[in-house]
Design a protein around this ligand. Sequence first.
Ligand code: MOS
Length: 734
Amino acid sequence: MKPANSPLGQPLNRVDGPLKVTGQAHYAGEFDVPGLLYGSVVNSSIARGRIISIDASAAEAVPGVTLVLTHQNRPPIASYDDPYEDDDAADGSPFRPLFNDRILYSGQPIALVVAENLELARYAGSLVRVEYERESHHTDLLSELETMHKAPADLPEPRGDVDSALASAQFKVDVQYTTPVEHHNPMEPHASTVHYFPEGNLEIYDKTQGVQNCMRYLEGVFDMEGKIRILSPFVGGAFGSGLRPQYQLTLAVMAALKLKRSVRVTLKRQQMFTFGYRPRTVQRLSIGANASGELQAITHQAIGQTSRFEDFTEHEVEWSGMLYKCPNARLDYQLVPLDVYTPLDMRAPGATIGVYALESAMDELAYAANIDPLQLRLTNYSERNANEDKPYSSKELRQCYEQGAERFGWSRRSMAPRSMRDGNQLIGWGMATGVWEAMQMPAAAKACLEPDGRLVVSSATSDIGTGTYTVMTQIAAAAMGLPMEQVEFRLGDSNLSQAPLEGGSFTVSSVGTAVQQACEGLQAKLLDAAQQAPVSPFTGAKLEDVEFVDGQMRLRASPEHWVELAEIIAANGVIEAEVSAKPGEKRSEYSISTHSAIFVEVRVDESLGTVKVSRVVSAVAAGRVVNPKTAGNQITGGVVWGIGQALHEETMIDHNLGRYMNHNLSEYHVPINADINDIDVFFVEEKDEIVNALGSKGVGEIGIVGVAAAVGNAIYHATGKRVRDLPITLDKVL
Ligand code: MOS
């Protein structure tokens, strides 16, 4: 049993908060390195074709410019002729910066100008003259649908007889939804600071969600095994944009190797639109239900865009085969290659898009069948994941529905559209379900008890603002019975113990489990060390006979027998344990997911069509929550992003140029404070003994899933207008 004062489950402030708010937290583009040079990237202005010539003479003539790097003078690269992969690579051949003269997309990096300072580098970049041979390009998903091919997704086989079940269903919807390209836009743009050491080793500060992924990638590309260390102690938001090594990293390393100097490359905000993004999609759903609203059949087809060099694939349609009880189901997922960069995971990749469509269609079915939308979900509640034919390890979604509805006041809703109004404002209440997988990856951690009594725990994971520093400190402090102040967690260094990418909502599950097990390993060593003393009350005791409380190890049966951990260290020296943790075997017999229920109130101005999301309740079931404050913050952030997905976010492309037009934060709209009102987030109690020893599922993604559907459903309820094309801007509402 955990003692009453355990930090586990406490809403503690972020341990790295003071560093962040006092400017002591340093980001990839801020580290001081002696003799640093600055790189600025020149990007292609055409979407497809070939570079005929690059005239860099004017740029090179600028005093202070040290190099204009292009495909013609880049250093040789070990693996450029073979496709290489990174931990988040899609099927295909990853983009290779400065590989050759081919232009694969508008915005492709084609040169790096390196100078004594950033301003000079940018200015000189404007002097680089490029002559292209243009080829016709295709960037419009909707006009290229006939070129689609099956996505390399591991979809469940169709089950049952979908077509006849649909044909005989009492109520039916057959609807199509479209979603736009969205770009991540974290506050911190991508940056890499490469510290070059005379013997040829590189220490690189990079904005990344995976220090070891970047290390392995560079080791392979530049044939530099054992010579690269990646550091990323703080990351100013990433949301998936830091999962893969980005081109500024490759370019900075090329320049450093060529010049034998330290080089920093920082991307401008506009250049944040020159790599990964959430893909544009078209989705078609058919759902049939019987007279009582029980689902009889469901089909869900998604068509997403990808690049010509990789098949970006995410979980877009699986949700429709598992979220509700339905005997007949058919899922299909196609890709359309275009002359664009490869899409990239963005918060709750796939589910954000697929569950939007599913939960919108469920609302449409509720109206077709005249059944309350929440009641329709309860009628079709499923205790098993029919895609995998497995029970859930835990699923308290019913509690999310019930408690969320209660807090929101759902029972006071009137069903008919346009039936709730406040003066000139049409009021709409909508709801949706959210779902995400609760994955676990192999991960390692090291726990070290130092002579001053401090516990230092470490693993090569990252903290993108999600609270990794804090929750890992809590897990370790709880395991060792130490106060939070005496525990330090280190991350963001490729030299630390193996960790997976920080993504997929699996960091607490994976790294947290490793931290817990490393502490248990440390406990065993402490007990062993204490038993070495000539006279020890612990002689013969096993690990389960002792407990770790208040900086002491005690015999459970006779707590008057104790020893200070610091005493053991004083007698034995530093004690440490490193453990590799794997997902538990029992996991494979279950489907393991997080769930949520989202309730939204909108107020639509009847004359102007403006939509205000006035209230949101998000009820989340994610197993044991290690820190309700940091976890709650993540859900709130996800809800805000979901509001952005519903109402604001869209990267628009000029298909004539094949180029994004609103590649800046003044025209790429995201919700601002004035758009955000009351967001009520809470976690329902959910016990899960399968997911991992902590019982925690992770909450990074679930907050956004379903939000856009709930907003769209609320807008329908307010106005009677069903907008099936995101974002729902006022021109579509009016
Ligand atoms: Mo998350 S999109 O795996 O950072």
